[in-house]
Unconditional design. Sequence first.
Length: 73
Amino acid sequence: MHNEPIQTDVGKSGGPQFREAFERLLQIVIDGLRHGHFRCTISSSIGKGNRRELMIEAGKSDKFTIPEEELPR
């Protein structure tokens, strides 16, 4: 684990793909909690050009490709 402080405003930082992925994940959790139960799988890999490929599976799948320079710091 990293010893970096936790960012509380992470949804407002980063590039457009990161923000879109973060908002989708937040919506999945909120919808699941309202429904009462849900299952969600999140996986990530590093693709071409050091881009992060984020896959969120929760009933349907969403894939986001996030350039490294757009990750929040």
